[in-house]
Write a protein that binds this ligand. Structure first.
Ligand SMILES: Nc1ncnc2c1ncn2[C@@H]1O[C@H](COP(=O)(O)OP(=O)(O)OP(=O)(O)O)[C@@H](O)[C@H]1O
Ligand SMILES: [Mg+2]
Length: 282
């Protein structure tokens, strides 16, 4: 009998779009987007890291970016609040529209932009300041509080929204760096929320956390979605499946496929997506 290896591992192919097809499959657009990306290309010197990506981030949606290491997820994510500006030799082309304005325009001030579009990194990076000051810092520099009482209210409500208040309410004057890893990550989320962002970018926010801390952050994301758009990079397929409404699969700098998360995981249309979600590579 003729057996092929894939049948032996119990997997059958349903994807119909061939591996050679490099145009994005699926609908990259949503009605009423919070962010609309048109023709995004990113270069590090001569390395063309992100190729002509078109993608919308919806209002109040969680979108997951997945794909093998080095495919450009972080690079793309960093475009959304101009963090690539901070990398020497990095060049971004294309249009990223928020409320009709291209955030890549030279005249756009990145300081308020980064308050509107906050970012949480893989490794929690609290400032070397107290828990309170970590959260108060942003509202203070952006002038969001009229007085000390208002500032305290913002700090408390941000810590509550980040699901951290009960654990730190008696430790507000202790250094943020003295918290556990999972607490530090929620502190960084509280810090991002404190400046009332519209979008929160998360680059593998749970990769250094245990399952309990991860579950807390995932629950938090589900709650935050009511008020914010969230774009999360994750290598954890189960996490993407649990939290994201839509999923975007990247491969070697191309956005290969976008769709509802359940479709991407159960009925991928592109062979590369299928390879990835079934664990054939990556
Ligand atoms: N600061 C940088 N300077 C030069 N090249 C970079 C820099 N950051 C990323 N690159 C290159 O850009 C490409 C995409 O990298 P990126 O970090 O965006 O991938 P990724 O999908 O986030 O990978 P991972 O899953 O490993 O985090 C890679 O070829 C990488 O080497
Ligand atoms: Mg990355």
């Amino acid at each position: 009998m003729d057996t092929n290896t894939e049948d032996q591992v119990g997997a059958s192919r349903t994807a119909t779009i061939s591996r050679d097809h490099r145009e994005t499959v699926g609908n990259v657009r949503v009605d009423d987007p919070r962010i609309r990306c048109n023709g995004i290309n990113v270069y590090y010197g001569t390395n063309h890291a992100v190729h002509n990506v078109n993608l919308d981030i919806g209002k109040n949606e969680i979108i997951a970016l997945i794909g093998p290491s080095g495919c450009g997820k972080t690079t793309f994510l960093r475009c959304l609040n101009r963090m690539n500006d901070t990398i020497p030799g990095c060049r971004v082309e294309g249009e990223i529209l928020m409320d009709g304005q291209n955030i890549n325009d030279k005249e756009v001030d990145v300081v308020p932009l980064r308050a509107r579009v906050g970012i949480v990194f893989q490794k929690p990076n609290p400032f070397p300041k107290s828990v309170f000051e970590n959260v108060a810092f942003g509202p203070r520099i952006h002038g969001l509080a009229r007085d000390k009482t208002e500032l305290e209210e913002i700090v408390v409500s941000s810590l509550k929204k980040a699901g951290l208040w009960e654990e730190v309410k008696d430790r507000l004057e202790e250094p943020g760096t003295g918290l556990s890893g999972g607490q530090q990550q929620r502190l960084c989320i509280a810090r991002a929320i404190a400046v009332q962002p519209e979008v929160i970018l998360m680059d593998e926010p749970c990769s250094a956390l245990d399952p309990i801390a991860t579950a807390k952050i995932e629950q938090l994301m589900a709650e935050l979605r009511e008020n914010y758009s969230i774009c999360i990079v994750t290598h954890n397929m189960q996490q993407a499946a649990r939290v994201a409404v839509r999923t975007a699969f990247f491969h070697l700098g191309d956005l290969i496929e976008v769709g509802e998360t359940t479709q991407i995981f159960t009925k991928p249309r592109h062979e590369l997506t299928e390879d990835y979600v079934t664990g054939r590579f990556g």
